[in-house]
Design a protein around this ligand. Structure first.
Ligand code: ASP
Ligand code: MG
Length: 417
């Protein structure tokens, strides 16, 4: 079994959907599971629906309509008039509207997941129908029936035992299966999601549970590069990367792979390929056991929109184990992701990601005990295997707020210009 994951960019319009057929024709259609994201920027569009529902009901129908129209336009290009897919897509959007009409839950994260899943549900129905239309037999699968999680909406934790049993039971015969990335469900069968950009992780969950030969993530770049080509000049394609190296790169912001993706793969030593859906015959990047990095070049990773909080004691007392443990407890409660930290006798600095919009209450709590300074919109720059000269060039003209270094890695928190 092989698992293929296609992201939003690879299904963003009618031509991209046709290209998936091309990729499958070139790589074979037997014994494969395809994990799909929502089309293009659909997830962002559905986030606007959730926002309108909670904050501005007058915009609700307009935001839903925009997303429906985007999908209808694509299927109008792909399918003949009167094809069953039109009804399927209309029904999905009707179900979304019905949910919002009857929902009583004030829980933003819960509602978010019940709404946001329609992106993936719709994209997989469209691609499955289009493959069938192109004479490629396939079976559509609702990932929510297989991947079970806890009730941490928007950031759900997988129940591996149940999930593995479900997946192995559902996917036995040789064939082509199409399913959604990112979505799962909790014990009462309400939808949960695995975190933004979580479809890569879904690919890894299926690969792990099926003992797949490999997982391929298809992208609009040739593979994993040693820096984001939108930020850095003269980037190089990395041909081989070890799991360890890749986990570190993904954690600090190399957005080509979702950070959670590598753990399940590494546990069963399932190779991960990152390849271009534009040139599917090119080798791309291989991530697996062995060679740390080939070619051995410096890698630069940028993570924007971080917050740097600096705490110091009000009365000049030391910041000790006890305080640090309290601080981390608060960071955990407010679901802040820590990306870097540093402490001295009377101060503590931590770089965090405010994924759940909880900065205000966190600062309020911290102010009760510490003098608090903070910078929003800072950038975390991670340089791996870089020479002093490369780092010097990189920092040219930028203001460093915090620096940390070991033998392989140098990290900077930079103030954005
Ligand atoms: N559609 C979801 C998102 O955009 C999941 C994914 O693309 O991986 O976050
Ligand atoms: Mg997406």
């Amino acid at each position: 079994m092989q698992v293929f994951k296609f992201g939003g960019a690879s299904v963003k319009d009618a031509d991209s959907v046709k290209n998936i057929v091309t990729v499958l024709q070139k790589t074979g259609v037997k014994n494969k599971l395809i994990v799909l994201s929502a089309m293009g920027k659909t997830t962002n569009a559905l986030e606007e629906v959730v926002d309108a529902y909670f904050n501005d009901e007058t915009k609700l129908s307009e935001t839903i309509e925009a997303s429906r129209k985007y999908h209808i336009d694509i299927i109008t290009t792909l399918f003949p008039k009167g094809h069953a897919i039109f009804k399927t897509v209309h029904t999905l959007f009707k179900n979304l509207e019905d949910f919002l009409a009857i929902n009583k839950s004030p829980n933003y994260d819960f509602v978010y997941d019940q709404v946001i899943c329609y992106g993936e549900l719709t994209s997989t129905q469209i691609v499955s129908a289009f493959l069938a239309e192109s004479n490629i037999k396939n079976q559509w699968i609702d990932a929510r029936e297989l991947i079970k999680t806890d009730t941490s909406y928007r950031d759900a934790k997988v129940d591996w035992d149940v999930t593995q049993k479900n997946i192995q039971q559902a996917i036995q015969k040789e064939g082509l299966f199409i399913t959604q990335g990112f979505v799962a469900s909790e014990e009462n069968n309400f939808t949960t999601t695995l975190g933004r950009e979580g479809s890569d992780y879904t690919g890894a969950i299926f690969a792990y549970c099926l003992n797949a030969d490999n997982l391929t993530i298809w992208k609009d770049v040739p593979g994993v590069l040693n820096g984001d080509p939108r930020v850095f000049k003269n980037t190089k394609l990395l041909q081989r990367i070890s799991y360890n190296e890749a986990i570190e790169m993904a954690f600090y912001g190399a957005s080509v792979i979702h950070p959670k993706t590598l753990q399940p793969l590494q546990r069963k030593e399932i190779p991960l390929y990152v390849k271009s859906f534009i040139t599917p015959e090119s080798p791309g990047t291989f991530i697996g056991k062995g060679i740390q990095l080939d070619p051995m070049v410096a890698c630069f990773i940028v993570k924007k929109n971080q917050i740097l909080i600096s705490l110091s004691s009000i009365d000049f007392s030391f910041i000790m184990e006890e305080n640090i443990s309290d601080i981390f407890n608060l960071l955990h409660i407010y679901k802040m992701k820590v990306t870097m930290m540093q402490n001295s006798a009377i101060s503590f600095s931590v770089c965090i990601e405010n994924k759940f919009n909880t900065l205000e209450p966190l600062l309020k709590k911290l102010r009760a005990t510490y003098k608090v300074r903070w910078n929003e919109g800072v950038t975390l720059l991670t340089a791996r295997h870089a020479s002093a000269n490369e780092i010097h060039m990189l920092l040219h003209g930028r203001k460093v707020l915090l620096k940390q270094e070991n033998r392989t890695v140098t990290q900077f928190v930079l103030k954005e210009a």
